[in-house]
Design a protein around this ligand. Structure first.
Ligand code: ZN
Length: 260
């Protein structure tokens, strides 16, 4: 991922857009941050030891769009489930209308928290009887959210038919990861602080502001970024002068940096 903007006069650039600077910050956090999360890789969203486990370090997640899947004004028997494969009449839909724990005539928007939880997640050992072309059978109740996640989120969408993929996408919503809030790192990495800032705070800073922070850190690795001469950093600066290389694996719009 290469950003074609020239870096020269990069006082307006944020640190996170420059791979070399970000690498230095990772080392500084591993050496000087408290509490430490471990070596520098523990501060990389491209490394399993550092990435947010919810979004795999992308900063964004794809989730079921429950506002679209469920019509709060309708009851289960009256078509509250708008996702066709689980709609009333299908055997999956019957597992919701036939469950002894749910009132099929009550608008789902008026469900209590406990009823909503059961609808979405079920309860171990809960059974339900449904009718299909093969007759009548009793099966373990599976929550609506559990079923959707199992069939459509925890499987490879590319292995499904185009028709199924197009249908499922209509019922998904993409947004900032709720666990890392777009910072892309796991909790241990984000808990580490230097001077009150975590690494996500530093990555959002403009380079000129960060230099002032790094000058306070007594470590040779900070020298080049903080303006102290280093042959290695000079080489990096030359290579960075043509293009700035994004640290992300995804386009900036998907990196969550716009979330502030
Ligand atoms: Zn995340």
């Amino acid at each position: 991922m290469v950003d074609q903007r020239p870096v020269g006069g990069h006082s307006r650039s944020t640190v996170g857009t420059m791979t070399d600077v970000y690498s230095v910050i990772r080392v500084l956090f591993s050496r000087h941050g408290t509490p430490s999360a471990g070596p520098a890789t523990a501060y990389s969203f491209n490394d399993p030891s550092g990435m947010c486990p919810e979004c795999d370090g992308l900063g964004r997640t794809v989730r079921p769009d429950w506002d679209r899947i469920l019509d709060p004004d309708r009851s289960l028997a009256d078509g509250a489930v708008r996702f066709p494969p689980f709609a009333a009449g299908t055997w999956q839909g019957q597992s919701y209308t036939n469950s002894a724990d749910l009132d099929p005539a009550k608008p789902v928007g008026r469900f209590t928290a406990a009823e909503r939880e059961f609808l979405m997640r079920g309860r171990p050992g809960s059974m339900v009887t449904v009718n299909g072309s093969g007759g009548t059978w009793t099966t373990e109740y599976e929550g609506l959210a559990d079923r959707f996640e199992r069939l459509y989120l925890k499987r490879d969408l590319s292995a499904m038919s185009q028709k199924t993929r197009d249908l499922v996408r209509e019922f998904l919503v993409e947004g900032t990861c709720p666990v890392c809030d777009g910072a892309r790192l796991n909790a241990a990495a984000l808990a580490t602080r230097i001077g009150g800032r975590n690494i996500a705070d530093c990555a959002r800073m403009q380079v000129t502001d960060l230099i002032a922070v790094l000058k306070e850190i007594d470590d040779p690795v900070a020298g080049p970024v903080a303006g102290r001469p280093s042959p290695r950093w000079s080489a990096s600066r030359r290579s960075a002068s043509a293009t700035s290389v994004s640290t992300g694996r995804r386009p900036r719009s998907a990196a969550g940096r716009d979330s502030g």
